[in-house]
Design a protein around this ligand. Structure first.
Ligand SMILES: *Cc1c(COP(=O)(O)O)cnc(C)c1O
Length: 394
């Protein structure tokens, strides 16, 4: 009898989840997250085609960057081909070099660690907290005191001898992590901060936009994010030197000469094309409306799930304004073994659900990476379920 219990529980819990979600979205077809094109997308994209400027030259790229700085409050924005490329460049200009270590959460999309690896640096996984799913600053302080020392003005891992050059805090599903606690710590340990705000366009901590707290920050405009440019990303910074270097590297490090091809270092072909920026300009015009719609969806889910005791719906942390990119259920600990079946049952009933990413320290290419103990990461990664989150569902 005992070994039937999880099956019964899974069935029971998934029925409740399906009922709650149907109460909010009705019989609508749903995906986890899909884009909304209700503005001037066609007009701006057509304008690119009519003008012939579809690639890396054209007025929309600069327009898009200006709109992004205006909205986020960052001094500089550099538009690139995707969020991963933005992270790659951000880490390079922050000074990350071959064989450095970079602190990253393990509960993140794989791009966070891959960008570190592209440089030949090593991701070093650290634990998160259950309040906002972000890096746990208190735990990190104790950990760094134990494993590192400051030598010649840089933080050195005493075990590996490598320099811990940077940290990449990530704002999970758009929920801001507590940078007010993390930043002084990074300052103390001489660690550069590159925020992975890929999911956090429209999210604020104490009224300041995510991605503008660290030395640099990045946002993604992939098709599944809050707004999209098809593929795209942007680097944010207040530092003119970092901004200039990032832009230079994104355009093959070509010197500014009217016709000669002179490149000053090994650069990248990472500049965002005009066509994508045109789409982005149209999307940005709708951002406030999309954010309202996503918040309405959160409120409706919050009501629908209030009586279901087996799961809790994630709410923005105090002082934070979340974009509610992906709506998130946290399964009670006692039912974590049911998650796979719950998700299967929901999908069978036409409700798009998905587990959070497999933690990166459990992926084959990262299983031998340096890491702190990761109890909260391991626990949460077995309990998180994302549910249909697109704007326009309510
Ligand atoms: C989407 C995402 C990225 C990468 O962005 P792309 O534009 O898809 O390359 C990086 N980090 C996180 C946390 C993301 O969610």
């Amino acid at each position: 009898m005992n070994n039937h219990e999880p099956i019964n529980n899974s069935y029971l819990i998934s029925s409740k989840i399906v009922r709650a979600i149907r109460a909010v979205i009705g019989e609508k077809k749903n995906t986890l997250h899909e884009p909304t094109f209700k503005g001037k997308e066609w007009e701006y994209v057509k304008d690119c085609l009519d003008s012939g400027f579809v690639s890396s030259v054209g007025q929309y790229v600069e327009k898009f960057e200006n709109k992004i700085t205006e909205y986020t409050g960052a001094k500089y924005a550099i538009a690139v081909v995707n969020g991963t490329a933005a992270l790659h460049l951000g880490l390079i200009v922050a000074g990350v070099k071959f064989d450095d270590e970079v602190l990253v959460p393990s509960l993140t999309f794989v791009a966070t660690a891959n960008a570190v690896s592209y440089i030949g640096a090593k991701p070093h996984f650290v634990d998160i907290n259950a309040k906002d799913f972000g890096i746990d600053a208190k735990k990190l302080t104790a950990y760094l005191k134990e494993i590192s020392e400051i030598k010649n003005g840089v933080c050195v891992n005493k075990k590996t001898g490598r320099v811990i050059r940077a940290i990449v805090p990530m704002h999970v599903f758009g929920h801001p992590c507590n940078l007010k606690e993390l930043l002084p710590l990074c300052n103390e340990f001489k660690i550069k901060v590159v925020e992975d705000a890929a999911e956090a366009l429209g999210s604020f901590y104490d009224k300041k936009h995510m991605g503008t707290f660290g030395n640099l920050g990045v946002i993604s405009f992939n098709g599944n994010k809050t707004i999209t440019t098809g593929g795209g990303g942007v680097i944010l910074t207040d530092d003119v030197e970092l901004a200039t270097h990032a832009k230079h590297l994104s355009t093959t490090a070509k010197s500014n000469h009217p016709f000669a091809y002179i490149h000053t270092e090994i650069g990248f072909n990472y500049r965002m094309p005009n066509l994508n920026a045109a789409l982005g300009c149209a999307q940005l015009e709708q951002l406030p409306e999309l954010l309202n719609s996503k918040r309405r969806l959160y409120r409706a889910y919050s009501k629908a799930f209030s009586e279901i005791s087996e799961v809790s719906l994630f709410q923005e942390p105090p002082l934070c304004q979340s974009n509610y990119w992906l709506q998130t259920l946290l399964l009670n600990e006692e039912f974590m073994s049911c998650r796979k079946e719950i998700i299967e049952n929901c999908i069978e009933d036409g409700i798009s659900t998905r587990p959070v990413w497999k933690p990166l320290h459990k992926l084959s290419m990262y299983e031998n990476s340096p890491a702190s103990s990761l109890p909260i990461t391991n626990n949460l990664s077995e309990r998180i379920i994302n549910i249909p989150s697109s704007a326009g569902l309510v």
